[in-house]
Ligand binder design. Structure first.
Ligand code: NAD
Ligand code: SER
Length: 314
């Protein structure tokens, strides 16, 4: 039986993606792995292995032993953590990708590797940023993502590797917490609103960024991996878009449910990262190539986040 391997399965995306893949392909056919201990969300749902992706030999052995034919490589340092440790961001984000690309060519494995809106920089048009435009990232995270996209494209053209990628916006979820990004405020704000009724935001009130509810991100990931390769016109990351809002706007939306909620602003080092990214994204190429379409807008996402987090935090 051919199997799927998720690397970095204990992170914000990995937990929910693993569960979605298990539902679709059967629990036993989806192996979750991470350098960390198994996350709570995964316990009892299927096979889990501790794996450091930087250990190329252990990874190759696992892939051969389990007859892995599809990999989702999610292990990475995100933007804020990456700026604190650029050397590790470079080594992990690209070291993992380079060795997985080789492995996928050797073992004829289909690969999903996520990119990010962080590929864009200050010289990129900020509104409705197109698929193809000026790309000059200023963070180490963005540099690793753009370099990674170029590597994916090279391996597709040179070796015929079936590698697929999207540029996720900031992802918002209630099941798993985010892991060191600049868009994390848009998750923290819900926790603090419910627990304390107030939130001090690390970005300024009018900082618009592209965001997406996790269900849309998981569906996009399953969809891009499922469509016929003929529809995938690039192995670089596809722009994906859903919602664009500022801290003030999401705060106002939360106030509709928690009228006394107070938000204040104390921008920190993450403001400069946010200021270098687009405010909104044009994803018409993904829509045209593989029929991508988001389902969650700001009001729907806010309602679902508050309903579920209120239950979770009881
Ligand atoms: P995360 O930080 O929540 O999870 C990453 C996981 O990788 C963690 O569980 C971590 O333990 C694991 N990991 C780290 N080093 C490892 C190693 N050496 N071996 C094995 N596992 C290791 O990140 P996430 O938010 O789930 O993001 C997953 C991917 O999606 C990343 O490539 C990220 O850049 C990309 N992405 C995420 C977002 C977002 O908003 N969450 C947006 C754009 C792109
Ligand atoms: N959400 C991610 C971050 O803020 C974007 O890739 O780092």
């Amino acid at each position: 039986m051919e199997k799927i391997l998720v690397i970095g399965a204990c992170g914000q995306i990995g937990g929910e993606l693993t569960l979605a893949l298990r539902q679709k392909y059967g629990a036993g056919n989806v192996i979750a792995s991470d350098i960390k201990e198994e996350a709570e969300i995964l316990k009892g749902t299927g096979p889990f292995l501790k794996l450091d992706i930087m250990n190329a030999e252990a990874t190759r052995d696992l892939v051969k032993k389990e007859n892995i034919k599809e990999i989702y490589l999610l292990a990475a340092l995100l933007s804020a953590t990456g700026e604190k440790n650029p050397k590790l961001a470079w080594e992990l984000n690209l070291g993992s990708l380079r060795q997985i690309l080789h492995l996928c060519v050797d073992e004829k494995i289909k690969l999903f590797w996520p990119s990010s809106i962080a590929v864009f920089g200050k010289t990129t048009p900020r509104e409705n940023t197109p698929q193809k435009t000026i790309i000059e990232p200023s963070t180490m995270y963005g540099i690793t993502k753009y370099t990674g996209e170029l590597l994916c494209d090279y391996y597709n053209k040179k070796f015929g590797l079936d590698v697929r990628s999207v540029r996720y916006p900031g992802l918002i979820s209630w099941k798993s917490e985010p892991g060191g990004g600049t868009t994390d405020y848009a998750v923290e704000i819900f926790y603090e609103a419910i627990k304390k009724g107030e939130y001090i935001c690390f970005l300024s009130e009018n900082t618009y960024l592209p965001m997406m509810y996790m269900d849309d991100a998981i569906r996009a990931t399953l969809e891009i991996m499922q469509v016929s390769r003929k529809k995938i016109k690039t192995s670089m990351g596809y722009n994906l878009s859903a919602i664009s809002f500022s801290p003030k706007e999401i705060g106002d939306e939360i106030k509709k449910y928690i009228p006394d909620f107070k938000i204040s602003y104390a921008p920190d080092h993450r403001q400069a990262i946010a200021d270098s990214w687009p405010a909104s994204i044009d994803d018409s190429v993904a829509r045209a190539d593989w029929d991508w379409k988001p389902e969650f807008d700001l009001p729907k996402m806010t309602q679902v986040m508050l309903e579920n987090l209120k239950e979770k935090l009881k």
